[in-house]
Design a protein around this ligand. Structure first.
Ligand SMILES: O=C(O)c1cc(C(=O)O)c2c(n1)C(=O)C(=O)c1cc(C(=O)O)[nH]c1-2
Length: 251
């Protein structure tokens, strides 16, 4: 039987409670100050790839939407990341974080040293949004329901534990605290409205699980490559390389 909206929303939230990447050991290491400078750099390099693809997946989504009102509601997501004349945008803010941790920002932006599994996971998300139903595409974005909590934990944990952390380097996360709630409020009500059969509810729940897997896999890749025993795949970033000028001897 089709679930009521309240039951269905509870089901979606339960998926986050069980599977969101705030539970991943790499995040515990990062937020508690347990990462070396190079482990933080590896996270910044790899996570940049996710950031860079988010507006591309939103553009892929919009290219399929026939309803002007839905496109209008969605397009601020692209501006939030790519920026506008008044707002520098999330990608530029992420590169400020890259500067702060002592990386060469051009190298980070080139995405050359990204781990293969990160690339596979993120590209799979972009393809999912391009190929699956609009309902599933919106449902996959609902991991953002759980993101403000992890962003707040991250700001607190990084400020307490790392010298690079300050208002400028963490501006990406501060800004998301105000941007994400408008996106999820819209995305959640749209999924609750559109999933009006059990079949559609099941598909939306599966899409959200897929997305939690996309996020979890990225951290598995990081943990495997850069946390002891480190197994860095060929071609991926090597610790100590591509540092910003003046950082050559920093560890
Ligand atoms: O730091 C995080 O844990 C985290 C997670 C997620 C997410 O849950 O997908 C996003 C973000 N951050 C984020 O900053 C962001 O802009 C974003 C957009 C989306 C999306 O799927 O459209 N997820 C996320």
């Amino acid at each position: 039987m089709t679930q009521t909206k309240a039951e269905f929303e509870a089901r979606l939230r339960q998926i986050g409670a069980e599977r969101y990447h705030d539970k991943h050991p790499f995040h515990h290491l990062l937020h508690s100050g347990g990462c070396t400078p190079d482990q933080v750099r590896a996270w910044v390099i790899n996570r940049y790839y996710y950031q860079s693809r988010i507006p591309m997946k939103d553009a892929a989504f919009m290219s399929r939407v026939e309803d002007p009102a839905l496109r209008r509601a969605w397009r601020s997501r692209i501006e939030d990341h790519d920026g506008t004349t008044e707002n520098e945008g999330g990608i530029a803010r992420w590169l400020r974080l890259a500067d702060a941790v002592g990386l060469d920002r051009d190298y980070v932006a080139s995405a050359e040293g990204v781990l293969p599994a990160t690339r596979f996971a993120v590209d799979a998300y972009v393809r999912f949004v391009r190929d699956e139903t609009l309902l599933e595409a919106v449902a996959a974005s609902l991991t953002e329901l759980f993101a403000p909590k992890i962003h707040a934990q991250r700001i607190e944990g990084l400020l307490a534990n790392y010298a690079f952390a300050d208002d400028s380097s963490l501006s990406y996360f501060k800004k998301r605290l105000t941007e994400a709630p408008k996106d999820v409020a819209f995305g959640l009500s749209s999924v609750l409205d559109r999933a009006d059969t059990l079949e559609k509810q099941d598909a939306a729940a599966k899409a959200l699980i897929f997305k939690t897997d996309v996020l979890w896999s990225q951290l598995d890749a990081l943990h495997s490559a850069y946390v002891d025993p480190a197994r860095i795949p060929p071609g991926a970033w090597q610790p100590g390389t591509y540092l910003a000028p003046g950082m050559a001897h920093a560890s």
